[in-house]
Write a protein that binds this ligand. Structure first.
Ligand SMILES: [Zn+2]
Length: 133
Protein backbone atom coordinates (compact mmCIF):
# COMPACT_ATOMS: atom_id res chain seq x y z
CA UNK A 1 0.00 0.00 0.00
CA UNK A 2 1.35 3.40 -0.92
CA UNK A 3 1.10 6.33 1.43
CA UNK A 4 0.38 9.66 -0.25
CA UNK A 5 1.88 11.84 2.48
CA UNK A 6 4.38 10.48 4.98
CA UNK A 7 4.80 11.83 8.50
CA UNK A 8 8.32 13.00 7.52
CA UNK A 9 6.95 14.97 4.51
CA UNK A 10 4.24 16.45 6.78
CA UNK A 11 6.94 17.46 9.27
CA UNK A 12 9.09 18.98 6.49
CA UNK A 13 6.02 21.00 5.41
CA UNK A 14 5.56 22.38 8.93
CA UNK A 15 9.24 23.30 9.05
CA UNK A 16 8.77 25.24 5.79
CA UNK A 17 5.68 27.02 7.14
CA UNK A 18 3.14 24.85 5.26
CA UNK A 19 0.30 22.85 6.77
CA UNK A 20 -0.10 19.86 4.44
CA UNK A 21 -3.20 17.72 4.34
CA UNK A 22 -4.80 15.05 2.20
CA UNK A 23 -7.79 16.09 0.06
CA UNK A 24 -10.20 13.23 -0.60
CA UNK A 25 -11.20 12.58 -4.22
CA UNK A 26 -14.38 10.79 -3.07
CA UNK A 27 -15.99 13.00 -0.40
CA UNK A 28 -13.86 16.18 -0.44
CA UNK A 29 -12.85 15.96 3.25
CA UNK A 30 -9.38 17.06 4.30
CA UNK A 31 -7.32 14.79 6.56
CA UNK A 32 -4.61 16.25 8.84
CA UNK A 33 -2.20 14.89 10.07
CA UNK A 34 -1.52 12.33 7.33
CA UNK A 35 -3.18 8.93 7.38
CA UNK A 36 -3.35 6.11 4.82
CA UNK A 37 -7.06 6.74 4.16
CA UNK A 38 -9.57 9.62 4.29
CA UNK A 39 -10.59 10.27 7.91
CA UNK A 40 -14.23 10.74 6.83
CA UNK A 41 -14.98 8.00 4.27
CA UNK A 42 -11.92 5.71 4.26
CA UNK A 43 -11.11 6.33 0.58
CA UNK A 44 -7.53 6.04 -0.65
CA UNK A 45 -8.09 8.59 -3.45
CA UNK A 46 -6.08 11.29 -1.68
CA UNK A 47 -4.13 14.25 -3.00
CA UNK A 48 -1.65 16.34 -1.04
CA UNK A 49 -2.57 19.99 -0.68
CA UNK A 50 -1.97 22.95 1.57
CA UNK A 51 -4.46 23.60 4.35
CA UNK A 52 -5.57 27.10 5.38
CA UNK A 53 -3.47 28.20 8.34
CA UNK A 54 -6.39 29.90 10.04
CA UNK A 55 -9.37 28.48 11.86
CA UNK A 56 -11.76 28.55 14.78
CA UNK A 57 -11.32 27.02 18.25
CA UNK A 58 -13.91 24.24 18.60
CA UNK A 59 -12.84 22.92 22.01
CA UNK A 60 -9.90 23.06 24.41
CA UNK A 61 -8.63 21.93 27.78
CA UNK A 62 -6.03 23.20 30.23
CA UNK A 63 -3.44 20.60 31.20
CA UNK A 64 -2.34 21.00 34.82
CA UNK A 65 -0.67 17.62 35.29
CA UNK A 66 1.52 16.84 32.30
CA UNK A 67 3.51 13.93 30.95
CA UNK A 68 7.21 13.68 31.73
CA UNK A 69 9.22 16.44 30.04
CA UNK A 70 6.30 18.88 29.66
CA UNK A 71 5.75 21.94 31.82
CA UNK A 72 2.14 22.62 32.88
CA UNK A 73 -0.10 24.49 32.79
CA UNK A 74 -0.69 24.68 29.04
CA UNK A 75 -3.70 24.73 26.71
CA UNK A 76 -4.51 22.02 24.16
CA UNK A 77 -7.14 22.92 21.57
CA UNK A 78 -8.97 21.43 18.61
CA UNK A 79 -9.28 23.93 15.77
CA UNK A 80 -11.41 23.63 12.66
CA UNK A 81 -9.35 25.07 9.82
CA UNK A 82 -11.08 27.09 7.11
CA UNK A 83 -10.20 24.16 4.82
CA UNK A 84 -12.42 21.92 6.96
CA UNK A 85 -9.82 19.71 8.65
CA UNK A 86 -9.66 19.71 12.45
CA UNK A 87 -6.18 19.92 13.96
CA UNK A 88 -4.92 19.65 17.53
CA UNK A 89 -2.22 21.82 19.04
CA UNK A 90 -1.19 24.15 21.84
CA UNK A 91 -2.54 27.67 22.25
CA UNK A 92 0.55 29.79 22.90
CA UNK A 93 1.27 33.41 23.79
CA UNK A 94 -1.45 33.26 26.44
CA UNK A 95 -1.49 32.58 30.18
CA UNK A 96 -3.09 29.12 30.57
CA UNK A 97 -4.52 30.12 33.97
CA UNK A 98 -6.58 32.87 32.31
CA UNK A 99 -8.24 30.46 29.83
CA UNK A 100 -12.03 30.33 30.04
CA UNK A 101 -14.99 29.48 27.83
CA UNK A 102 -14.61 32.79 25.97
CA UNK A 103 -11.94 30.95 23.91
CA UNK A 104 -14.65 28.91 22.17
CA UNK A 105 -15.17 30.13 18.62
CA UNK A 106 -12.17 32.48 18.64
CA UNK A 107 -10.15 32.75 15.45
CA UNK A 108 -6.53 31.56 15.49
CA UNK A 109 -3.52 31.56 13.22
CA UNK A 110 -2.00 28.10 12.87
CA UNK A 111 1.77 27.79 13.08
CA UNK A 112 4.27 25.27 14.36
CA UNK A 113 7.27 25.14 16.63
CA UNK A 114 10.06 22.66 17.11
CA UNK A 115 9.74 20.67 20.32
CA UNK A 116 12.27 18.42 21.97
CA UNK A 117 11.69 14.72 21.67
CA UNK A 118 10.85 12.86 24.86
CA UNK A 119 10.85 9.27 26.03
CA UNK A 120 7.65 8.66 24.06
CA UNK A 121 8.77 10.05 20.65
CA UNK A 122 11.47 9.26 18.13
CA UNK A 123 13.10 12.68 18.29
CA UNK A 124 12.53 16.39 17.83
CA UNK A 125 9.34 17.20 15.90
CA UNK A 126 7.39 20.21 14.70
CA UNK A 127 4.23 20.58 16.73
CA UNK A 128 1.16 22.64 15.77
CA UNK A 129 0.54 25.82 17.79
CA UNK A 130 -2.27 28.37 17.71
CA UNK A 131 -2.09 32.12 18.22
CA UNK A 132 -5.21 34.15 18.88
CA UNK A 133 -5.92 36.67 16.12
ZN1 LIG B 1 -13.31 10.90 1.90
Amino acid sequence: MTVELTFREYQDGLEQGKLLGLYCGECGAVTVPPQAVCSECGSRKLKIGEVEKKGIIKTFTVIRIAAEGMTPPFIIAMVETYSGAWVMGNIIDMDADSADMDLMGKEVIIDSRQVKGDVYSYGDIHSIVFKLV
